[in-house]
Ligand binder design. Structure first.
Ligand code: NI
Length: 262
């Protein structure tokens, strides 16, 4: 079955049919879903979904664009969330320089704090990095992220950069962009990195793959992504689903996976 490693079912885009949609996942071969927090509020909502559905897991973290909400008091609360038994990662955390706000120094400060939080709770990280290749890599290197492990979600940088992250013990998150006509760079990444380092993800409700580009995304679209990866690598669809499922289980569901970068 498919392991969906990145979705946001707490998003208001799913307010009308969230439970109906989630109840159809397993019959459609979606075996596991990580619902990723992007703020304190969505972290709490992700955990509620994980408590309700056995096949849903949560990630707890504050997205770089939301870091202005953080302070010592609610950071302590975030730490408590991270210790929840169904929280499998700290994320999504990172740097987003596409937007000027919050100030880059604030983003860097809370990225570093959340990296150290992941180390303290012994869980991998889910990294969001946009237009911030150098600072992200430098910060992860400075914090010895190879000891923490994780995934660069919605990977948007070069094949060389992807290989540097593989060397760091990280996984590469591949979603709908790989099906886009202008997704050439990501196709090169998929060709360049070992299959045992690729994770399937949607970022639902965003980034729906072709042929559903522009519509609301859901994990039910993952087969289009897996099919595309299979075509690029000359593998079968089943081999891609199986390899990426094992990768995700290694990273999120095994104790060993959390420290394999060491
Ligand atoms: Ni996301």
């Amino acid at each position: 079955m498919i392991f969906e490693t990145h979705a946001h079912y707490d998003d208001e885009a799913f307010d009308d049919d969230r439970d109906l949609l989630l109840s159809t996942m397993q019959e459609n071969d979606i075996g596991w879903i990580v619902n990723v927090g992007a703020s304190l509020k969505s972290t709490a909502a992700s955990i509620r979904l994980a408590e309700k559905y056995p096949f849903v897991y949560a990630a707890a973290g504050v997205h770089p664009s939301e870091t202005a909400e953080l302070n010592e008091e609610n950071f302590a609360q975030l730490r408590v969330h991270c210790l929840h038994e169904k929280v499998v990662a700290v994320g999504e955390i990172g740097l987003d320089y596409y937007w000027d706000e919050p100030d880059h120094e604030i983003q860097k400060l809370w990225f570093a704090r959340q990296l150290e939080l992941a180390r303290a709770v012994n869980k991998p990280v889910i990294i969001h990095s946009r237009d911030a290749a150098k600072d992200t890599y430098d910060l992860l290197t400075a914090h010895r992220a190879e000891e923490i492990g994780g995934v660069i979600h919605c990977f948007s940088y070069s094949a060389e950069m992807a290989q540097a992250y593989v060397k760091m013990g990280f996984y590469i998150g591949v979603g709908g962009v790989v099906t886009f006509k202008n997704g050439k760079k990501l196709k090169e990444v998929v060709e360049a990195v070992p299959i045992d380092r690729i994770l399937l993800e949607t970022d639902s409700p965003y980034l729906a793959p072709e042929p559903n580009r522009g519509r609301r995304n859901s994990s039910l679209n993952i087969p289009y992504i897996a099919q595309q990866i299979a075509g690029i690598r000359g593998m079968s669809y089943e081999e891609v689903v199986s390899a990426t499922q094992q990768n995700a289980a290694r990273l999120y569901l095994s104790e060993k996976g959390r420290r394999e970068g060491e």
